[in-house]
Every structure is written in C-alpha cells, then in structure tokens.
Design a protein around this ligand. Structure first.
Ligand code: TYD
Ligand code: MG
Length: 452
C-alpha cells in the first residue's frame, strides 16, 4: 500500500515542515514555502518485508567494496583507492575552476579501460563539450555516451538496467524534476534531484558523480545542503587566474578524508603536480621584502607555500586590509597583536596579503610567518631567504606550538632551508635536522633573532 504524504519546504533555505508558514522560522523569508507531495511506501508493505536483507556481522567483517579504478592516479588515491560501486560523489567548486575538465578527463580515462560512462551535461552545448574534448586531445576513438537533458524524470527511467558503471551529472544546479513546481538550481530542486540520484545509484549499483557549483559566498542553494546526502564530497579549489588547483576530500564514507591532490591547469587539461614544494620554491623571488616561505600541513603531508605581503601608506581614512588565500580576520588579528604588544602600528597603512599560486590556508601555524612577512614589508627588509618560521600566535603575543613541527622542518630542510624559528614549547631537538633551529616564546624575541 502506498500513501501520498505532503510536506512544506522553504525555497530559500530548505527548511521542512508539516505545515505551511507565511514566514520561514529558519531564514525569516516571506512566502517561501511550497508544498511537495511524495509517495511513501506504507510500513506494512509485504513486498518490502520479503526483500529485507539480514546479514550476520561476522560475514561482513572482511567485506571489501568493489572499486572502480579511474586510471587518474591522484583521483583514485584521494577517493580511497577508486570509486565504490553505487557511490555518489559530489564534486564542488566555483564556476570555471575546472570541474567539467576533470570529469571529462576521468571519463576519457575510464573509457580507455572499456568502462562505460554516461556524461549528462545540462549545462553546456554540444559545441562547448566538443571544444573541451579537442583541448584534452582525447583522440577520436571515444565510446562515452553524452546526454544533454535537464529533466531528471526523462533521464532516470531510461537508465534502469543500463550497463554504465559511472554516470556524471554536470551540474546538479541545472537539472530539475518536473514533479516539483520550482525552477532548476532552487534548494528544493537541488535536494530532491540529489535524493533521486542517490536512490538510483544505490538501487542499480551505478556510481554517480554530481557537479555542484559554489559561489564565493558559499551559496546556500549549492553543495552545502547536499553534503549529508552523498557518500563523498570533493572540493576543487584554486584561483581562476592561477594555474594551481587543489582537489580536497571533505567527506568520504569509503575512505580517508584529509587527503588532497594538486593539479596544474594547462592548455590541454589538468595535470597532477607531484612535488608541490618544489614548484613553489622554483618560482619564488628571493630577497624581496614582505615575502616568506612557510611549511604548512595539508592533511598528512607537509608542503612549502610562499606568502607575500605589501604594506603601503594609505590615502584614505579607512586603511585597506585585503587578503587572498588566508582569512581576512586572521590578518586583522595579527596586525592588532603587533600593535598592542610591540607598539608597531599599521593604522596609516594599506595591507595586502597573498598566498602564491591561489592556495587557501586556514591553519594557525602560519601566524608567525605572517607576522614576519608583515614586519618585513613594513621595514622594507627581506626575511632571510634560508629561514622558515612556524608557530601560532596567541592573543598575548606569545608564540605557541603547532602539530607536526618535525615534518615541517624536514620538508624545509629538503629544499635547502638551514634556519628555522619555532615555538619554545615544541620539544624538538634541533641537531636532528642538521639545521639552525631557534626557539622563541614571543614575537619580540624573534625580531631580535632575525633582524637584531
Ligand atoms: P571548466 O572545466 O569548464 O570549469 P567548471 O566546469 O568548473 O566551470 O574549466 C574552465 C576553465 O578551464 C576555462 O576557463 C578554460 C580552462 N581550460 C584550460 O585551461 N585547459 C583545458 O584543457 C580546458 C579544457 C579548460
Ligand atoms: Mg562546467
């Protein structure tokens, strides 16, 4: 027995309720509720009882999921050794960052191993996809199917019992279900279409990759509301006008999270960057004031990044603070600490901070390096080009230790850095690294060591 159940959903934030509201109790939007009816299977449905699969835990103890190797080494690694049958992956990123490029490369690679792939692009015209294919030098022997359709109700019924191993949907914001009275890209459409695709993937054991656009503001109708519906969430990040891209795994039901892979966007597609630190060091400018190399941790791997700062006299009464790659609040905080604890004022200065290559960093370990880059820019004296600085700065100006100091030092040593400034409480034996490692408790002490 099936019964029709209805619910009311806010089109702005996705809040669900059994009754209609004039104003959403969650996001306060007016007139945003629409009614959605869904067919639910009754609980005393005999068929579903018979289909109930009961397993013994001991039987599934050594169960290993079947994985589909894509042939893109980095992608397979990030996802935990290949895509699991029936897995639903969300690939999120800003428009133009390279999501379609990556997925087309993936489809081409799978096709080379005779794996059947369907590419559903509701977003681009045939000529756009053709153009991308030519750029990727895919060759003309391609057995990948392509569909340009937006209504999911016209897509899914045709795919039951198909022999595809992977279906790519580009993008979740451009497909819709004609069952719901709202436009594509709307929270309700995005969520309901994802649910339908998840059901489809699980029932047919076909893996699905969804593309989700995020805007700079972290659009709510975007991937955020989908994260709990899918098995894995990957983010492709980078600055559109730089060539470095990071593919990060944020959620992974079938593998580790925290891993990432770095790509370089070239004329003919995305290419894995094996040694990120080497690339950063190769392109760095030495003996420039305001610039510093900082060893950061991305997941479990250390890597060197270059931070550049520019400090200039301001022409307005509101000095500008602009950052790219780090949080603006972090800059404001470090400036406030320098002013309060060391009496070094930036109040008549515009301050700009940039992480080279478009990499985004959120870890506190860059605090000390950031402080030195700012001071170096202010006094117009380069930070020593063979030195790194690692540490978090507390509100009292004290330098605190951060995890994995040893790995960071080793990475720096590998690339020829002989000196390091680290927090006093890090308990690292300097002779182990064959480096001149100096420990400090506050920034003032560090300044004496560097420029004293
Ligand atoms: P695209 O994959 O279309 O981004 P998304 O799907 O995330 O919106 O890639 C967009 C940019 O990448 C576009 O500006 C062109 C550039 N590009 C290259 O530099 N090299 C290439 O081989 C391809 C296919 C694209
Ligand atoms: Mg695209």
């Amino acid at each position: 027995m099936s019964k029709v159940k209805s619910k009311f959903v806010c089109q702005v934030c996705g809040y669900e309720s059994v009754r209609w509201f004039g104003r959403c109790p969650n996001c306060q939007s007016w007139n945003s509720f629409i009614e959605i009816t869904e067919k639910k299977q009754g609980f005393n449905n005999r068929e579903s009882k018979e289909n109930l699969g009961v397993y013994r835990l001991e039987d599934i103890l050594n169960y290993e999921p079947v994985r589909l190797k894509t042939g893109l080494t980095g992608f397979d690694y990030v996802i935990g050794g290949g895509i699991v049958e029936g897995e639903v992956i969300l690939l999120a990123g800003e428009p133009g960052i390279g999501k379609s490029t990556l997925l087309l490369q993936l489809a081409i690679s799978l096709d080379k191993n005779d794996t059947r792939v369907l590419y559903i692009s509701a977003e681009e015209s045939l000529s756009q996809v053709g153009l991308r294919l030519r750029r990727l030098n895919s060759g003309d022997k391609l057995n990948i199917d392509f569909v340009s359709e937006r209504d999911i109700e016209n897509i899914l019924p045709n795919l039951e019992n198909s022999n595809y191993s992977l279906i790519i949907v580009d993008s979740i914001q451009t497909i819709y279900s004609s069952e719901f009275p709202t436009s594509p890209g709307n929270v309700v459409q995005v969520r309901e279409c994802t649910s339908k695709l998840v059901d489809f993937a699980k029932k047919n054991n076909i893996a699905v990759i969804l593309v989700g656009h995020v805007t700079k503001e972290g659009d709510i109708a975007g991937p955020k509301i989908l994260e709990h519906l899918v098995d894995a969430v990957l983010y492709l990040e980078g600055e559109r006008y730089h060539d470095l891209r990071i593919l990060r795994v944020i959620k992974n039901r079938f593998g580790p999270t925290n891993d990432f892979i770095l790509y370089e966007m070239k004329e003919n597609g995305l290419f894995e960057v094996e040694d990120i630190s080497a690339k950063v060091i190769e392109n760095r400018n030495t003996n420039v004031s305001g610039s510093i190399i900082i060893p950061i941790m991305e997941g479990t791997k250390p890597l060197l990044i270059e931070l550049q700062t520019l400090v200039s006299r301001t022409n307005t009464s509101y000095p500008r603070r602009i950052t790219s790659g780090i949080d603006l609040n972090k800059l404001v905080l470090i400036l406030a600490i320098l002013e309060k604890k060391l009496n070094i004022s930036f109040s008549d200065k515009d301050v700009f901070v940039n992480v080279v290559g478009g990499i985004k960093i959120s870890e506190p370990a860059i605090d000390l390096g950031l402080a030195f880059a700012l001071l170096s820019a202010l006094i117009n004296k380069p930070f020593p080009s063979d030195m790194v600085a690692i540490g978090e700065i507390g509100l009292g100006g004290e330098v605190r230790t951060v995890p994995h100091i040893e790995r960071r030092l080793k990475e720096a040593k590998k690339f020829g850095f002989n000196k390091a400034l680290i927090p006093k409480d890090s308990k690292v034996k300097s002779y182990e690294y064959n480096m001149n490692v100096r420990t400090i408790t506050d920034i003032g002490e560090g300044i004496d060591l560097v420029w004293g």
